[in-house]
Structure formats: structure tokens, C-alpha cells
Design a protein around this ligand. Structure first.
Ligand code: ARG
Length: 479
């Protein structure tokens, strides 16, 4: 059953399976759980999606039980086969999740025991849902972070290739959203490639600290039954084992780090969105988006709206919100596990889904986008963009920069009062402002020359930008 249908089914059916199933912890209880509490406390409607990780963790745990002589080889086999059968059924949409069993851990364990009997009932030896859920989350995020990193690469490639389709196109660079100095369109796009590279790095950092096995910490204090945690870690691909059982069951730092990295990546996507929205407007006309990635208006027939970028800008709010949600959940928690921690999951799942969707759709949109080079060049040909070039020229003629700035400022003011473009002021005006200026002053106002001169490391000369495009093509080729 597809995810959305399953979730809908769970909500609609409200999990009424009277009398058939009960939670594993009811031994000391005399009254059944209130229906209201069951619905309030269940998490299976969302945590079921970690079933692969839960099953992998249980198989590794069963291996440790076997190594400690707590189950027979046959029992281990029955547990592993049983769990794989359950996994296949979940994947085929044949598994019936039961709300009265609260969460995915108890659903899977109960079904295993129903299928294979006694060996299933031994599986939870020396384990608690507290270390189990901490493990599942780490395994889940390990998988999803790898998938997100792939999508970050995908978007980086789309940005590089959009730049490469317009390698020489100049555009105005903006500060305060006012035209500032000329850059290349590709240089502007490559700025986002750098941001995404840092996002990728932050996810790698998160993976590094996530790479610790919490299983074996039990509910809070390990277990009187001692298992070989190091070999469980190896079986599950962790390079370290947690060293404090209390920390391990309530540590969600790795999840905060993930949500932080996701929120910042979302902020980068939101800033890119804002650029795309501006560029696609009739006022800018820098970027053409394909029909496939724009939407129309139900009322105004002429509209072609950049909804992908607007939605992405909007969804970045959810990514920030999810980080805030988890930090707030953790803030006042006494040691160690508290049920509040169940609230971590929906925030994490939502950030995973939101970020993956945004990265994928943005990359696909940019694949089909193209720049309007003529509009960008017209905007970049505003001579005021080269006012700093004129000040630099004065500096090269021996004028201290502060004075040069003042001189050019006066010339800009004069041009404004005379209503002529700066480069069309007569030579007499330039020379009145500074006697060191000569005939050649007019030839300074040349966009191509200005861009070519910006050849320091990190600056947008066409040569530099072409080299960066090649750098990124190589760096992103097989990563
Ligand atoms: N569903 C729970 C969670 O997400 C699993 C751990 C429950 N532990 C407990 N002692 N009730 O946190």
C-alpha cells in the first residue's frame, strides 16, 4: 500500500480491532487502556516507516543473543526468517498495523511471536524500546542523509550546467537589491553551489556523530545480561559503541544536527527561490522557466507563475519549524528517556520528505530553465555599475582611495543632476573633478574590460568562472 493510503487507512479505521490484541506491558494493569489514550499515544501511524531499520536492528540483536547462548541456532534462524517475512509483507502492503500495539516495535515483535511462537518472545531479552528506537532513528537517518546528499549533488549539477549554458553572460550583481557591480550569471549560480557544498559537509558531519550504536543501553542502565555490543555495531555498520547508557537512550543530538543542517539547506533553497522569483518577473526578465515547472492562474489567462520557487521558499519555514520543535522538546527533559521523545519523529520525517522533494523539483526545474542574456546584459550595461572601476583607476593614478571615492561620488551626483549617464559626462567635467583624468576615461566604461579585470581568486572574471565550472564538473562527476 502506498504511504499516503496507509496513513489514511490508519486514521479512518481508527485502529478498532476489539479484544484481539493488547500491548506487551499490560501485566500489572487491571483496566484496559482507554480508547482515548490509545489514539493519543500511538505512534505506529507514523513510525511504521522505520520498519526496515527496526528489522535490521532486531536481526543483529538476535545474533548477539545467539552468541551469548541465549537462543539456539534454530531459534535465531526462525527469528531472522520470521522478520524477513514480515518485512516482505510490509513492503507488499499486506501487513496489518494495529494501533493497540502502540508503535512499530511492538507491532513487529507481536506479529513475529504470532508467527513463530516462543523464539519471538525471546527477542526482547536485554533490550528496551528506549535503546531500540534510538537505534532505529540513527539507522533511518543514516539512510536518508545519504539520499539527501545525492539530491544535493543533483541540484549542484543542475546549477553548474545552467551556468555552463550561459558561460559569458554578464548580469548586475546586487547589494541591498540595488545594482552594485557587474558579475557573470554563472558566478551568481556558483555561489549557491558553494552553499550547497557546505550543506553537504554539514550532513557528513552529522553522519560522523550519528555513527554510534546505542543498542545495548537497555531502558536506562544496560542489562544484567551482557551482550557483545561491539559485534552488533559491526553487523549494523557502526564504527563505535555508546559509552554511557543514560546518554545513549535520550541523546537526540544527531537528530538536532540533522534538522539544523536541513533547515540551513532550506534557507539556502529559499534564497535561491527568491532570486528565481525576481528573475522570472517582467521587471527583471533574467530567467525563463519552462511550462512544465510553472503554473497558471484560474482567473488571469496571461499568468505563468514560479510556484516551485514560491513553495520552496514557503516550505523552508517548515524545516526551520521542525528544528525548533525538537529543540523545544529536548530543552526541559530530565534524564533519561521520556515519552516526549516520541515527538521527535514527525519533525524528522517531515524534514526528510520536505527537503528531498524541494531539492529534486528544484533541480528538475533548473534543468529546463534558461537565461535571457539580452535582458541581463542590458541591465549590466548601466554605467553606474562601473563607478567603482573609475575610483580604482584614480587610485592607480596615485589618488588615495577615500579621495577617489569622493571624486566619483561627486561625478555620479553631477550626472544625475544633468540627467545624463555617467559615462556621457563631457571630459571637461571629469577633469574638473580630478586633473589626473584624461581622454581614456571614457574607455573605462567597458563591461567586458571590467569583468576581465576581476581576476583575483574568487572574483567573477570569465576565465575564473570558466575554471570554476570545470572544477565543479570534475568534483561533482562521480560523487
Ligand atoms: N514509540 C516510542 C518512541 O517513539 C518508543 C519508545 C517507547 N518507550 C517507552 N518506554 N514507552 O519514543
Amino acid at each position: 500500500m502506498p504511504d499516503c493510503l496507509l496513513v489514511r487507512w490508519i486514521r479512518v479505521s481508527n485502529f478498532e480491532f476489539p479484544g484481539t490484541f493488547r500491548a506487551v506491558w499490560t501485566g500489572r494493569f487491571e483496566q484496559p487502556t482507554a480508547a482515548l489514550l490509545r489514539t493519543y499515544s500511538e505512534s505506529v501511524s507514523f513510525d511504521w516507516r522505520m520498519y526496515r531499520q527496526d528489522i535490521a536492528g532486531s536481526i543483529a540483536h538476535a545474533g548477539a543473543l545467539r552468541a551469548a547462548g541465549l537462543i539456539t541456532p534454530e531459534e535465531l534462524q526462525a527469528i531472522a526468517d520470521g522478520l524477513r517475512g514480515i518485512e516482505a509483507d510490509i513492503e507488499a502492503g499486506r501487513f496489518e498495523w494495529k494501533q493497540e500495539l502502540e508503535d512499530l516495535h511492538m507491532n513487529i515483535e507481536a506479529e513475529l511471536t504470532r508467527r513463530i511462537g516462543a523464539p519471538g518472545a525471546k527477542l526482547h531479552t536485554a533490550r528496551s524500546r528506549n535503546d531500540q528506537v534510538a537505534l532505529d532513528l540513527r539507522l533511518y537517518l543514516r539512510d536518508e542523509i545519504a539520499a539527501i546528499q545525492e539530491l544535493v549533488r543533483r541540484l549542484q549539477r543542475a546549477l553548474v550546467e545552467l551556468g555552463a549554458r550561459h558561460p559569458q553572460a554578464p548580469m548586475p550583481g546586487y547589494t541591498h537589491l540595488q545594482r552594485a557591480q557587474p558579475v557573470l550569471f554563472a558566478h551568481h549560480l556558483l555561489a549557491y553551489v558553494e552553499m550547497l557544498e557546505r550543506d553537504h559537509g554539514r550532513l557528513t558531519d552529522t553522519l560522523r556523530r550519528l555513527d554510534v550504536l546505542p543498542l545495548g543501553s537497555g531502558a536506562i542502565a544496560g542489562s544484567t545480561i551482557v551482550l557483545d555490543r561491539a559485534s552488533v555495531a559491526r553487523a549494523l555498520g557502526f564504527s563505535a559503541v555508546s559509552q554511557n547508557s543514560m546518554d545513549a537512550v535520550c541523546d537526540r543530538d544527531f537528530a538536532v544536527e540533522f534538522l539544523g543542517a536541513a533547515a540551513l539547506c532550506g534557507v539556502h533553497l529559499s534564497r535561491l527561490s527568491e532570486d528565481v522569483i525576481l528573475w522570472a518577473s517582467s521587471e527583471f526578465r533574467f530567467l525563463r522557466l519552462s511550462d512544465a515547472f510553472t503554473t497558471g492562474s484560474s482567473l488571469m489567462p496571461q499568468k505563468k507563475n514560479p510556484d516551485v520557487a514560491e513553495l520552496t521558499r514557503g516550505k523552508s519555514g517548515r524545516l526551520i519549524g521542525n528544528l525548533t520543535t525538537l529543540l523545544t522538546t529536548l530543552k526541559g527533559l530530565p534524564m533519561t528517556y521520556n515519552r516526549d521523545l516520541q515527538e521527535d519523529k514527525e519533525a524528522i520525517f517531515d524534514s526528510v520528505d520536505t527537503l528531498k522533494a524541494a531539492l529534486a523539483v528544484f533541480a528538475a526545474m533548473l534543468d529546463e530553465a534558461s537565461a535571457d542574456e539580452a535582458s541581463m546584459r542590458a541591465a549590466a550595461s548601466d554605467p553606474l555599475l562601473l563607478a567603482t572601476d573609475l575610483a580604482d583607476d584614480l587610485v592607480l593614478r596615485g589618488v588615495p582611495f577615500r579621495q577617489a571615492h569622493e571624486i566619483v561620488g561627486k561625478l555620479v551626483g553631477l550626472a544625475a543632476r544633468k540627467s545624463v549617464p555617467l559615462n556621457e559626462l563631457p571630459l571637461a567635467d571629469f577633469q574638473a573633478a580630478s586633473p589626473v583624468l584624461g581622454e581614456e576615461v571614457h574607455s573605462l566604461f567597458d563591461l567586458t574590460r571590467s569583468l576581465a579585470a576581476r581576476r583575483g581568486i574568487g572574483a567573477p572574471s570569465p576565465e575564473n568562472v570558466a575554471a570554476r565550472i570545470e572544477h565543479w564538473r570534475g568534483a561533482l562527476a562521480d560523487r
